[in-house]
Design a protein around this ligand. Structure first.
Ligand SMILES: Cc1cc2nc3c(=O)[nH]c(=O)nc-3n(C[C@H](O)[C@H](O)[C@H](O)COP(=O)(O)OP(=O)(O)OC[C@H]3O[C@@H](n4cnc5c(N)ncnc54)[C@H](O)[C@@H]3O)c2cc1C
Length: 278
Protein backbone atom coordinates (compact mmCIF):
# COMPACT_ATOMS: atom_id res chain seq x y z
CA UNK A 1 0.00 0.00 0.00
CA UNK A 2 1.34 3.46 -0.87
CA UNK A 3 2.34 5.86 1.93
CA UNK A 4 -0.37 8.53 1.88
CA UNK A 5 -2.38 10.40 4.44
CA UNK A 6 -5.25 10.84 2.00
CA UNK A 7 -7.89 8.12 2.27
CA UNK A 8 -10.29 7.06 -0.48
CA UNK A 9 -13.78 7.98 0.67
CA UNK A 10 -16.85 5.78 0.38
CA UNK A 11 -20.06 5.64 2.36
CA UNK A 12 -23.79 5.70 2.48
CA UNK A 13 -26.41 8.46 2.22
CA UNK A 14 -29.72 7.68 3.90
CA UNK A 15 -32.25 8.79 6.50
CA UNK A 16 -32.65 7.58 9.16
CA UNK A 17 -29.03 6.45 9.03
CA UNK A 18 -28.20 5.82 12.70
CA UNK A 19 -29.29 2.17 12.71
CA UNK A 20 -27.34 1.21 9.57
CA UNK A 21 -24.54 -1.22 10.62
CA UNK A 22 -22.93 -1.31 7.16
CA UNK A 23 -20.25 1.14 8.25
CA UNK A 24 -18.91 -1.25 10.89
CA UNK A 25 -18.80 -4.19 8.48
CA UNK A 26 -17.21 -2.30 5.59
CA UNK A 27 -14.62 -0.51 7.75
CA UNK A 28 -13.66 -3.84 9.33
CA UNK A 29 -13.21 -5.30 5.84
CA UNK A 30 -11.10 -2.30 4.74
CA UNK A 31 -8.93 -2.66 7.82
CA UNK A 32 -8.59 -6.41 7.41
CA UNK A 33 -7.37 -5.99 3.82
CA UNK A 34 -5.23 -2.97 4.76
CA UNK A 35 -7.08 -0.75 2.30
CA UNK A 36 -6.64 2.99 2.66
CA UNK A 37 -10.42 3.50 2.39
CA UNK A 38 -12.97 5.02 4.77
CA UNK A 39 -16.71 4.31 4.79
CA UNK A 40 -18.82 7.13 6.22
CA UNK A 41 -22.46 6.74 7.20
CA UNK A 42 -24.13 10.06 6.32
CA UNK A 43 -27.51 11.36 7.43
CA UNK A 44 -28.90 13.01 4.27
CA UNK A 45 -32.47 14.33 4.09
CA UNK A 46 -34.25 14.06 0.72
CA UNK A 47 -34.09 17.86 0.19
CA UNK A 48 -30.27 17.74 0.56
CA UNK A 49 -29.61 14.76 -1.72
CA UNK A 50 -28.59 16.81 -4.78
CA UNK A 51 -26.08 18.82 -2.72
CA UNK A 52 -24.78 15.67 -1.03
CA UNK A 53 -24.08 14.12 -4.45
CA UNK A 54 -22.34 17.31 -5.63
CA UNK A 55 -20.32 17.34 -2.40
CA UNK A 56 -19.24 13.72 -2.80
CA UNK A 57 -18.18 14.46 -6.37
CA UNK A 58 -16.29 17.59 -5.30
CA UNK A 59 -14.36 15.57 -2.72
CA UNK A 60 -13.63 12.82 -5.27
CA UNK A 61 -15.39 10.13 -3.28
CA UNK A 62 -14.57 6.71 -4.73
CA UNK A 63 -18.27 5.77 -4.49
CA UNK A 64 -21.32 5.73 -2.27
CA UNK A 65 -24.43 3.70 -1.60
CA UNK A 66 -27.82 5.33 -1.65
CA UNK A 67 -30.13 3.72 0.83
CA UNK A 68 -33.76 4.32 1.74
CA UNK A 69 -35.34 6.69 0.68
CA UNK A 70 -32.79 7.90 -1.89
CA UNK A 71 -32.51 4.77 -4.06
CA UNK A 72 -35.43 6.07 -6.11
CA UNK A 73 -35.21 9.83 -5.51
CA UNK A 74 -31.71 10.02 -7.02
CA UNK A 75 -33.15 9.26 -10.43
CA UNK A 76 -34.59 12.79 -10.67
CA UNK A 77 -31.03 13.99 -11.03
CA UNK A 78 -30.37 11.99 -14.19
CA UNK A 79 -30.32 13.49 -17.64
CA UNK A 80 -28.41 11.14 -19.84
CA UNK A 81 -27.51 7.48 -19.92
CA UNK A 82 -25.93 4.97 -22.22
CA UNK A 83 -26.68 1.37 -22.97
CA UNK A 84 -28.62 -1.25 -24.85
CA UNK A 85 -31.20 -3.69 -23.52
CA UNK A 86 -30.43 -3.08 -19.85
CA UNK A 87 -30.42 0.62 -20.61
CA UNK A 88 -34.12 0.30 -21.50
CA UNK A 89 -34.83 -0.55 -17.84
CA UNK A 90 -32.86 2.51 -16.77
CA UNK A 91 -34.70 4.60 -19.37
CA UNK A 92 -38.15 3.55 -18.13
CA UNK A 93 -37.23 4.21 -14.51
CA UNK A 94 -35.63 7.56 -15.34
CA UNK A 95 -38.72 8.68 -17.26
CA UNK A 96 -41.06 7.67 -14.43
CA UNK A 97 -38.94 9.58 -11.95
CA UNK A 98 -39.12 12.77 -14.00
CA UNK A 99 -35.81 12.91 -15.91
CA UNK A 100 -35.92 15.90 -18.27
CA UNK A 101 -34.32 14.26 -21.29
CA UNK A 102 -32.75 10.83 -21.71
CA UNK A 103 -30.45 9.81 -24.54
CA UNK A 104 -29.26 6.25 -25.02
CA UNK A 105 -25.96 5.91 -26.82
CA UNK A 106 -25.05 2.67 -28.58
CA UNK A 107 -21.77 1.93 -30.32
CA UNK A 108 -23.28 -0.83 -32.48
CA UNK A 109 -25.31 -0.07 -35.61
CA UNK A 110 -29.09 -0.12 -35.31
CA UNK A 111 -30.20 -3.76 -35.56
CA UNK A 112 -32.46 -4.87 -38.39
CA UNK A 113 -36.22 -5.41 -37.92
CA UNK A 114 -35.92 -8.98 -39.23
CA UNK A 115 -34.04 -11.93 -37.70
CA UNK A 116 -30.51 -11.98 -39.25
CA UNK A 117 -29.75 -15.11 -41.26
CA UNK A 118 -26.84 -16.03 -38.98
CA UNK A 119 -29.16 -16.14 -35.94
CA UNK A 120 -31.72 -18.82 -36.92
CA UNK A 121 -34.56 -20.07 -34.69
CA UNK A 122 -34.39 -21.02 -31.81
CA UNK A 123 -31.55 -18.61 -30.96
CA UNK A 124 -32.53 -15.30 -29.38
CA UNK A 125 -31.96 -12.88 -32.27
CA UNK A 126 -30.42 -9.40 -32.16
CA UNK A 127 -33.25 -7.38 -33.71
CA UNK A 128 -34.47 -3.81 -33.28
CA UNK A 129 -36.79 -3.95 -30.28
CA UNK A 130 -39.10 -1.23 -29.04
CA UNK A 131 -39.87 -1.71 -25.36
CA UNK A 132 -42.65 0.07 -23.50
CA UNK A 133 -40.01 2.46 -22.13
CA UNK A 134 -38.86 3.36 -25.65
CA UNK A 135 -42.47 4.09 -26.61
CA UNK A 136 -42.76 6.57 -23.75
CA UNK A 137 -39.82 8.88 -24.33
CA UNK A 138 -36.09 9.14 -24.87
CA UNK A 139 -33.88 9.05 -27.92
CA UNK A 140 -31.69 6.19 -29.10
CA UNK A 141 -28.53 7.10 -31.01
CA UNK A 142 -26.72 4.24 -32.77
CA UNK A 143 -23.20 3.91 -34.23
CA UNK A 144 -21.64 6.43 -31.89
CA UNK A 145 -18.69 6.20 -29.56
CA UNK A 146 -18.20 8.42 -26.53
CA UNK A 147 -14.91 10.33 -26.77
CA UNK A 148 -14.97 12.70 -23.83
CA UNK A 149 -17.01 13.96 -20.89
CA UNK A 150 -17.07 17.76 -21.06
CA UNK A 151 -17.00 19.80 -17.85
CA UNK A 152 -17.50 23.46 -16.99
CA UNK A 153 -15.03 25.67 -15.10
CA UNK A 154 -16.21 24.23 -11.79
CA UNK A 155 -15.69 20.67 -12.94
CA UNK A 156 -19.39 19.87 -13.35
CA UNK A 157 -20.38 17.61 -16.22
CA UNK A 158 -22.10 19.61 -18.97
CA UNK A 159 -21.87 17.43 -22.06
CA UNK A 160 -20.62 14.36 -23.86
CA UNK A 161 -18.49 14.39 -27.03
CA UNK A 162 -19.42 11.71 -29.53
CA UNK A 163 -18.03 10.44 -32.78
CA UNK A 164 -19.86 8.32 -35.34
CA UNK A 165 -18.55 4.79 -35.83
CA UNK A 166 -18.58 2.24 -38.63
CA UNK A 167 -18.31 -1.49 -37.97
CA UNK A 168 -15.82 -2.83 -40.53
CA UNK A 169 -14.74 -6.49 -40.38
CA UNK A 170 -15.77 -6.69 -36.74
CA UNK A 171 -13.79 -3.59 -35.73
CA UNK A 172 -15.08 -0.11 -34.97
CA UNK A 173 -13.73 2.73 -37.10
CA UNK A 174 -14.35 6.40 -36.37
CA UNK A 175 -15.96 8.45 -39.13
CA UNK A 176 -13.69 11.46 -39.82
CA UNK A 177 -15.14 14.90 -38.94
CA UNK A 178 -18.25 13.39 -37.34
CA UNK A 179 -17.63 14.67 -33.80
CA UNK A 180 -20.49 16.34 -32.02
CA UNK A 181 -21.42 17.26 -28.47
CA UNK A 182 -24.69 16.63 -26.64
CA UNK A 183 -25.65 18.21 -23.30
CA UNK A 184 -25.67 15.97 -20.20
CA UNK A 185 -25.86 16.56 -16.47
CA UNK A 186 -25.29 12.97 -15.47
CA UNK A 187 -24.14 9.92 -17.40
CA UNK A 188 -24.94 6.36 -16.39
CA UNK A 189 -22.84 3.62 -17.92
CA UNK A 190 -25.00 0.63 -18.84
CA UNK A 191 -22.25 -0.80 -21.03
CA UNK A 192 -22.41 -4.43 -19.97
CA UNK A 193 -19.82 -7.12 -20.54
CA UNK A 194 -16.92 -4.86 -19.60
CA UNK A 195 -16.28 -6.59 -16.29
CA UNK A 196 -16.35 -4.99 -12.86
CA UNK A 197 -15.14 -1.42 -12.49
CA UNK A 198 -11.33 -1.42 -12.37
CA UNK A 199 -11.22 0.59 -9.17
CA UNK A 200 -8.46 1.05 -6.60
CA UNK A 201 -10.28 -1.55 -4.53
CA UNK A 202 -9.48 -4.27 -7.07
CA UNK A 203 -5.87 -3.07 -7.39
CA UNK A 204 -5.37 -2.99 -3.65
CA UNK A 205 -6.97 -6.40 -3.17
CA UNK A 206 -4.44 -7.61 -5.76
CA UNK A 207 -6.96 -9.90 -7.45
CA UNK A 208 -6.12 -11.14 -10.92
CA UNK A 209 -8.59 -10.59 -13.77
CA UNK A 210 -9.45 -13.09 -16.49
CA UNK A 211 -9.24 -12.43 -20.22
CA UNK A 212 -12.75 -10.86 -20.19
CA UNK A 213 -11.88 -8.43 -17.40
CA UNK A 214 -13.81 -10.30 -14.71
CA UNK A 215 -12.26 -11.33 -11.40
CA UNK A 216 -10.50 -14.65 -11.86
CA UNK A 217 -11.49 -17.43 -9.48
CA UNK A 218 -10.76 -21.11 -9.05
CA UNK A 219 -13.33 -23.91 -8.71
CA UNK A 220 -13.92 -22.83 -5.08
CA UNK A 221 -14.75 -19.20 -5.95
CA UNK A 222 -11.37 -18.20 -4.46
CA UNK A 223 -9.54 -15.33 -6.17
CA UNK A 224 -5.78 -15.12 -6.59
CA UNK A 225 -5.66 -13.15 -3.32
CA UNK A 226 -5.61 -15.35 -0.22
CA UNK A 227 -8.92 -15.24 1.66
CA UNK A 228 -10.75 -13.19 -1.00
CA UNK A 229 -13.67 -14.90 -2.75
CA UNK A 230 -15.82 -13.68 -5.65
CA UNK A 231 -19.29 -14.63 -6.84
CA UNK A 232 -21.97 -13.16 -9.08
CA UNK A 233 -21.45 -10.68 -11.90
CA UNK A 234 -17.97 -9.63 -10.71
CA UNK A 235 -16.66 -13.14 -11.40
CA UNK A 236 -19.08 -14.47 -14.01
CA UNK A 237 -19.54 -11.28 -15.98
CA UNK A 238 -22.89 -9.53 -16.47
CA UNK A 239 -25.54 -12.18 -15.99
CA UNK A 240 -28.85 -12.83 -14.27
CA UNK A 241 -30.15 -12.80 -10.73
CA UNK A 242 -30.68 -16.58 -10.54
CA UNK A 243 -27.00 -17.13 -11.32
CA UNK A 244 -25.93 -14.58 -8.72
CA UNK A 245 -28.10 -16.27 -6.05
CA UNK A 246 -26.79 -19.75 -6.89
CA UNK A 247 -23.19 -18.53 -6.97
CA UNK A 248 -23.68 -16.69 -3.68
CA UNK A 249 -24.82 -19.90 -2.00
CA UNK A 250 -21.94 -21.90 -3.46
CA UNK A 251 -19.42 -19.23 -2.47
CA UNK A 252 -20.80 -19.18 1.09
CA UNK A 253 -20.26 -22.93 1.22
CA UNK A 254 -16.70 -22.54 -0.12
CA UNK A 255 -15.91 -19.82 2.43
CA UNK A 256 -17.26 -21.98 5.26
CA UNK A 257 -15.03 -24.85 4.13
CA UNK A 258 -12.05 -22.47 3.87
CA UNK A 259 -12.59 -21.16 7.39
CA UNK A 260 -13.57 -24.34 9.22
CA UNK A 261 -12.25 -27.13 7.02
CA UNK A 262 -15.76 -28.53 6.52
CA UNK A 263 -19.26 -27.41 5.57
CA UNK A 264 -22.89 -28.48 5.69
CA UNK A 265 -23.91 -25.67 3.33
CA UNK A 266 -25.21 -26.50 -0.16
CA UNK A 267 -22.98 -25.92 -3.18
CA UNK A 268 -25.57 -25.63 -5.98
CA UNK A 269 -23.28 -24.68 -8.90
CA UNK A 270 -19.66 -24.66 -9.98
CA UNK A 271 -18.28 -21.27 -11.06
CA UNK A 272 -17.87 -22.70 -14.55
CA UNK A 273 -21.56 -23.74 -14.90
CA UNK A 274 -23.16 -22.20 -18.00
CA UNK A 275 -26.74 -22.08 -19.35
CA UNK A 276 -27.76 -24.75 -21.84
CA UNK A 277 -26.98 -23.62 -25.41
CA UNK A 278 -28.49 -24.79 -28.68
C1 LIG B 1 -30.70 -2.27 -15.20
C2 LIG B 1 -30.51 -3.75 -15.00
C3 LIG B 1 -31.59 -4.58 -15.21
C4 LIG B 1 -31.46 -5.95 -14.99
N1 LIG B 1 -32.56 -6.75 -15.17
C5 LIG B 1 -32.46 -8.04 -14.85
C6 LIG B 1 -33.61 -8.88 -14.95
O1 LIG B 1 -34.70 -8.45 -15.34
N2 LIG B 1 -33.47 -10.19 -14.58
C7 LIG B 1 -32.29 -10.70 -14.14
O2 LIG B 1 -32.24 -11.88 -13.80
N3 LIG B 1 -31.19 -9.93 -14.05
C8 LIG B 1 -31.24 -8.61 -14.40
N4 LIG B 1 -30.13 -7.84 -14.31
C9 LIG B 1 -28.85 -8.45 -13.90
C10 LIG B 1 -28.81 -8.67 -12.39
O3 LIG B 1 -29.19 -7.46 -11.75
C11 LIG B 1 -27.39 -9.06 -11.99
O4 LIG B 1 -26.99 -10.19 -12.71
C12 LIG B 1 -27.31 -9.36 -10.50
O5 LIG B 1 -27.80 -8.28 -9.74
C13 LIG B 1 -25.88 -9.68 -10.08
O6 LIG B 1 -25.83 -9.82 -8.68
P1 LIG B 1 -24.46 -9.59 -7.90
O7 LIG B 1 -24.78 -9.81 -6.45
O8 LIG B 1 -23.39 -10.37 -8.53
O9 LIG B 1 -24.07 -8.04 -8.14
P2 LIG B 1 -24.88 -6.73 -7.79
O10 LIG B 1 -26.35 -6.96 -7.68
O11 LIG B 1 -24.38 -5.72 -8.79
O12 LIG B 1 -24.35 -6.37 -6.33
C14 LIG B 1 -23.05 -5.86 -6.11
C15 LIG B 1 -23.16 -4.90 -4.92
O13 LIG B 1 -21.85 -4.53 -4.50
C16 LIG B 1 -21.87 -3.16 -4.16
N5 LIG B 1 -20.49 -2.66 -4.24
C17 LIG B 1 -19.72 -2.48 -5.32
N6 LIG B 1 -18.51 -2.01 -4.96
C18 LIG B 1 -18.51 -1.92 -3.62
C19 LIG B 1 -17.57 -1.50 -2.65
N7 LIG B 1 -16.35 -1.10 -3.00
N8 LIG B 1 -17.93 -1.53 -1.37
C20 LIG B 1 -19.16 -1.95 -0.98
N9 LIG B 1 -20.10 -2.36 -1.86
C21 LIG B 1 -19.78 -2.33 -3.16
C22 LIG B 1 -22.79 -2.54 -5.20
O14 LIG B 1 -23.27 -1.31 -4.74
C23 LIG B 1 -23.89 -3.61 -5.29
O15 LIG B 1 -24.91 -3.38 -4.34
C24 LIG B 1 -30.22 -6.47 -14.56
C25 LIG B 1 -29.13 -5.62 -14.37
C26 LIG B 1 -29.27 -4.28 -14.58
C27 LIG B 1 -28.09 -3.36 -14.34
Amino acid sequence: MSETFLSELTGSFSTPSGGNPTVAMVEAAYEHHKLNFRYINCEVKPKDLANAILGARAMNWAGFNLSIPHKVTVIQHLDGLGGGDTGADCLGTAIRQGAKTVTQLEILPRPTQERPSDQPWPTYPMIYRVSSAHEEAGERVYSVSTKEFVKDDLGNLVGVKLVETLLVDGKFQEVPNSEKQIPADLVLLALGFTGPEKSDLLTQLEVELDERGNIKRDHNYATSSEGVFVCGDAGRGQSLIVWAIAEGRSAASAVDRYLTGNTQLPYPIEPTARPMMV
